[in-house]
Design a protein around this ligand. Structure first.
Ligand SMILES: [Zn+2]
Length: 112
């Protein structure tokens, strides 16, 4: 993929995420009605929204870091071992900072 295409792709993904974040914030901002029977549902719903919000925020930070690497000519290299990241992996998750091996190791660390 060309440099400019990648940058476009990352920026588009970021705009999408930011739009999602504002939508989530708008939803979370709606006041709870203490007398409403839907209150429990709404609380559960808010928990889901908070989780989505956290994930979108984390993705935006990953995209920013990827754009930064693109600027410095380090894009497509694993930030941990500096090996080139697999093309298929970059196609699927263009903002990933890790190669498949390091991503798996990071996952294992997180889950253990
Ligand atoms: Zn690696």
């Amino acid at each position: 993929m060309k440099h400019e295409d990648l940058e476009d792709k990352l920026k588009t993904a970021k705009v999408d995420l930011q739009r999602r974040l504002s939508a989530i914030d708008a939803d979370l901002g709606t006041a709870l009605d203490p007398d409403s029977e839907d209150r429990v549902t709404q609380l559960e719903n808010d928990q889901v929204l908070s989780e989505m919000r956290r994930e979108a925020g984390a993705q935006i930070r990953l995209i920013d870091a990827a754009l930064e690497r693109l600027k410095h000519g380090m894009f497509g290299r694993c930030v941990t071992c500096l090996a080139p990241i697999e093309t298929a992996r970059l196609d699927a998750i263009p903002y990933t900072p890790y190669c498949a091996t390091c991503a798996r190791l990071a996952d294992e660390r997180r889950s253990s």
